[in-house]
Design a binder for this molecule. Structure first.
Ligand code: SAM
Length: 387
């Protein structure tokens, strides 16, 4: 039985012609009725298709809280560095917020410390899935009154921090391949009863411009993703931010590595039940649209450049492990050495965040600032190592 979205896409392509991979992925993930993220409130975790740092428990959010609290201090002129311009409010804007789990962890910690930071927070949750948005107030529980907006769009005039964990890897990329005759784009076309790929000229001059700007030189036969949507999102975030910070957490590489022989087959992939799939009849991401996650690695160079264009200053890029160590991950590990099940569970989660080669090395943290004099932050204090 073809999935309803497969039938719909086959009809659409037969009527109007092939679509770009970017259009295909956008439909597969976000089609209002049949899209992967539209159909479930939560997709990650043990019972889902992939894990994010949020699935490891509240520690990730608790550590991030230390960073956001410092940012609030810096902006209030109460930190080590900062302008003496006390802000009455602090916008805490989470993008790709799902049903609010990470925000809940951050606010639980802030509330437990009874800090001025907690009282200053105006929470904004930005999430494209309507089903996930509908669950936010319930997840936030006692913090629901802090929720100023819950929307699919970033709010304007932000004074505080915009942060996103694993948003950019879930935005729909164009897929290109270099041939002897020049750059070609991969399109999705209709086969007899399934979707197939077909090559054609690039759908937009922006694709080649992007590759030139980030210094990518593809060899014949190399495939690569060009995520214009990710760069556009950064520009939008930059213009929505009046004053404050933008924190991006995601897996990716500098362009010199992403667009190199080590990634010459591209990074577009699909996860289902924690397994990445490729089938003989075609790429896994083309199978069962709407039923599986589709993701690709983030180009950190393109993101940094988009940030600069949007008037953002890049304060640093570090492995997530170093970011969290700067925020006290090691100290948290030593905090409660008891054998109580909860303490053991917390230590295991902290170790998973810390282990080399795991989520802490694959994931990078990029911190930008706007309209602020800020030289350093705790999360960036251990230096700029990126593995
Ligand atoms: C990989 S999940 C990550 C969820 C969560 N941040 C976490 O770490 O567990 C990506 C999420 O981004 C959401 N999303 C995609 N595009 C978005 C956009 N433009 N604005 C806000 N959320 C978006 C999806 O609906 C999905 O919930």
């Amino acid at each position: 039985m073809p999935s309803p979205l497969l039938a719909l896409l086959l009809d659409r392509i037969r009527a109007a012609g092939p679509i770009t991979v970017a259009q295909y992925v956008d439909e597969a993930l976000y089609h209002e009725e049949f899209g992967y993220y539209a159909r479930a409130r939560q997709r990650s975790g043990r019972d889902g298709d992939f894990f994010t740092s949020v699935d490891l428990g509240p520690m990730f959010g608790e550590l991030l809280e230390a960073q956001f609290e410092e940012m609030w201090r810096v902006m209030s002129g109460d930190g080590a560095v900062g302008e003496p311009a006390p802000d009455a409010r602090f916008d805490l804007v989470e993008a790709a917020a799902g049903h609010g789990r990470l925000a809940r962890d951050v606010l639980d910690r802030a509330a437990a410390r009874a800090s001025g930071f907690y009282r200053a927070v105006r929470l904004h949750l930005v999430e494209r899935s309507a089903l996930a948005r509908a669950g936010q107030a319930e997840t936030l529980g006692p913090h629901a009154q802090r929720l100023a907006t819950g929307s699919a769009e970033l709010p304007a005039g932000v004074r505080g921090v915009i942060y996103a964990n694993e948003l950019l890897d879930a935005l729909a990329p164009h897929l290109v391949v270099m041939r002897d005759g020049g750059l070609r784009e991969v399109y999705v076309d209709a086969g007899d009863d399934r979707l197939v790929t077909r090559e054609g000229p690039p759908s937009s001059p922006r694709i080649e411009e992007y590759l030139t700007t980030v210094g990518a030189r593809l060899e014949p036969g190399w495939f690569a993703e060009v995520n214009l949507a990710a760069a556009d999102w950064i520009r939008t975030a930059g213009s929505c931010l009046d004053r404050g910070f933008l924190v991006i957490i995601d897996y990716g590489h500098e362009a010199s590595r992403l667009y190199s022989s080590s990634h010459s087959t591209g990074t577009l992939t699909t996860y289902r039940r924690h397994v990445s799939e490729h089938r003989d009849e075609g790429p896994g991401w083309l199978m069962d649209p709407g039923e599986r996650d589709i993701t690709c690695h983030v180009d950190l160079t393109g993101i940094a450049l988009a940030g600069r264009e949007a008037g953002l200053q890049l304060l640093g890029v570090v492995d997530q492990t170093y970011f969290l160590l700067g925020l006290g991950l090691a100290e948290r590990l030593l905090e409660d050495g008891s054998d109580a099940p909860l303490a053991v569970k917390r230590r295991l989660a902290l170790k998973t965040l810390l282990l080399p080669g795991g989520i802490g090395s694959t994931h990078k943290v990029m911190v930008f600032a706007k309209a602020l004099q800020c030289q350093t932050l705790r999360g960036l204090s251990l230096g700029g190592r990126v593995t």
